[in-house]
Write a protein that binds this ligand. Sequence first.
Ligand SMILES: [Zn+2]
Length: 121
Amino acid sequence: MGDTKSGRVKKAREEETRQLARELEEERERIDEPEPPSEDEEEADLEPDGGPDSRTCHRRGCDEPAAYRALERYQEETGHGAVEAEALLCRDHVTEEHPTNLEGVYEDYVFRVEPLPSTVD
Ligand SMILES: [Zn+2]
């Protein structure tokens, strides 16, 4: 009864293909959706030294030029090693910055705020 079996398999496969096509279509629609304008703060997160344009305050909704860099180095809970979290902040917001990962304190724990070179000049 090979014919019957392969017929069933074929049907299942067609169903699978249809399902896949549907998913692809949905995926495409999602991609086609216009993205909200991305904030500079996201770039600043990834590339703190990405150039003058990305040096704006890390705080949401703040477009002030960053004047300080806050760095916190802590041990991740998972034990995968030290993690460095860095944020560029303007003069106003740097005063609100504080350690946020004290549960990850270890012997090389660092919380540091330093002026950006452009500020010192
Ligand atoms: Zn700010």
